[in-house]
Design a protein around this ligand. Structure first.
Ligand SMILES: [Zn+2]
Length: 490
């Protein structure tokens, strides 16, 4: 272990991430075929996305608008003119023999994404954002003859993607994880991608090299692929940094190569070395005009941007006086942040709302397989429940039982309480009856209270609440107990 700590201090990692995001357009980037996920194979195809000779691509304006949103939110400079290029390589799921992408004239460049690590904000450079089409999908498993044959599904061929390339500004696996998390949150806010990793809507490759601490030159770059989750990315980077530092500190050298993460074995292994590296022979796509972005188009998109997550986090801290952790969590999803603001707008204390949303409501939603987009509990219904709690009209304990039922049934708090016989006990006589029994059974505590130890009141309230299953009106219980416990019983 001592060598590991030693090498860790000797070398620093230089990490850059390449993220591919599928855009949420209804149709593909160069034809009218649907982009819907999960339909039977090869049902969304046409001569264009099948790559048949003579078929001509027509650029989908909506895809460009979404890419612009992403580029502007990433603080990039949008190029007034960019160009599509053919990236040539042969692969069975790429029927044209090339992919239409952007090369030396991308849509947007020179931006940054702000991340937050241990309360500190940091800007990670964005090299470029460009548009491209996706390839099809090879299916190597799941068929009776899968041991001999591979199948191709071209539904995904021609689906619009953006590639977001970061500068090599990241230094640790944790920072890289945070970058990816922030990027995903931002893209979800913009509604340009569903960022679903399982469906392949978000894919991430990493470049990592090591260099002696203090050096400004770059070491040998290793590309990491097959990072199918954010945790895998973090683990693969940590593994790779250790592997490289052991080789370098042992006097060895590294070869530029692509390595895959094996999540079962928790290690990376080499896929192809430099000799097999692709020469894509990019050249301008002759079937598409240069992409011109007018200032009007850019301004229109800029105006359509929502309040972005970090700005919203700052506002939540400032306007609602929330603890940072709450502000971070609430703004991690636009739907949840919107929900919180709707509850607060109904005159509920922000801290009370934050507590209930981040604890009981999230838990109940998860239990029922629902999320904030479904709005199973309308914000005004949660507001109603929380106002009852705040006024002391119902106990927190009953509210905690009622809320999951509200999520399950969609009913309002009052309805559920009536149905379940959870209605509050508001009759002073009924409460007094319970209080007297408890007072009679606990002479010692009565003596303490009357002797001036008024804190015992809390204990008595607890006993009455317990005896009534939490249904007694807590404020009435206080009043009744004070009267019953006073020496003259008045
Ligand atoms: Zn098509």
């Amino acid at each position: 272990m001592s060598t590991m700590t030693e090498t860790r201090t000797q070398y620093e990692a230089v990490i850059g991430l390449e993220v591919h995001l599928q855009l949420l357009t209804k149709t593909k980037i160069f034809c009218d075929c649907s982009t819907r996920f999960g339909d039977p194979p090869n049902t969304h195809t046409c001569p264009v996305c099948l790559g048949l000779p003579g078929a001509l691509p027509v650029l989908n304006r909506e895809a460009v608008t979404m890419a612009l949103k992403a580029a502007l939110a990433l603080n990039c400079t949008v190029n007034p003119m960019s160009r599509f290029a053919r990236k040539n390589y042969f692969y069975p799921d790429l029927p044209k023999g090339y992919q239409i992408s952007q090369y030396d004239e991308p849509l947007a460049e020179h931006g940054y994404l702000e991340i937050e690590l241990e309360g500190k904000r940091e800007r990670i450079g964005i090299t470029r954002v460009h548009l491209e089409e996706d390839a099809g999908k090879s299916l190597h498993e799941g068929f009776a003859d899968s041991d001999r044959k591979s199948y191709i599904d071209l539904n995904r061929s021609g689906v619009p993607l953006i590639e977001i390339v970061s500068e090599p500004d990241l230094r640790t696996p944790e920072e890289s994880y945070e970058y990816l998390t922030r990027l995903k949150t931002l893209m979800l806010y913009l509604d340009v991608s569903n960022c679903n990793m399982e469906e392949g809507s978000l894919r991430c490759d990493a470049n990592v090299s090591l260099r002696p601490v203090g050096s400004t030159e770059f070491g040998t770059k290793i590309e990491l692929k097959n990072l199918n989750s954010f945790r895998f990315l973090q683990k693969a980077l940590a593994h790779e940094i250790n592997r490289q530092s052991e080789i370098l500190s042992g006097g060895g050298t590294l070869e530029q190569e692509t390595r895959l993460w094996d999540s079962r074995e928790q290690r990376t292994y080499g896929m192809r070395s430099k000799e097999f590296a692709h020469d894509y022979r990019y050249f301008p796509e002759p079937d598409l005009l240069p992409l011109v972005i007018t200032n009007e188009w850019k301004d229109e998109v800029r105006r359509s941007l929502p309040e972005l997550p970090l700005a919203r986090e700052d506002r939540f801290l400032r306007d609602y006086g929330l603890p940072r952790q709450d502000a971070v969590l609430l703004t991690s999803s636009r739907a949840m942040a919107d929900y919180f603001e709707a509850v607060v707008a109904a005159a509920v204390d922000p801290k009370l709302a934050a507590n209930w949303i981040l604890n009981d409501l999230i838990f109940a939603l998860q239990e029922n397989g629902k999320n904030f987009d479904d709005r199973p509990v309308p914000p005004e219904n949660l507001a109603e429940l929380l106002k009852l709690v705040a006024r002391g009209d119902i106990s927190g304990k009953i509210a905690k039982d009622v809320l999951p039922e509200m999520v399950r049934s969609g009913k309002r708090a009052g309805e559920i309480m009536a149905e379940k016989g959870l209605a509050q006990i508001n009759e002073p006589d009924k409460i007094a009856e319970v209080a007297r029994q408890i007072i009679a059974a606990n002479p010692k505590q009565v003596e303490q209270y009357r002797g001036g130890k008024t804190a015992t009141m809390g204990w008595f309230v607890g006993q009455v609440m317990k005896a009534t299953g939490g249904q007694a009106n807590p404020k009435l219980v206080q009043d009744v107990l004070k009267r019953e416990l006073s020496v003259d019983g008045k």
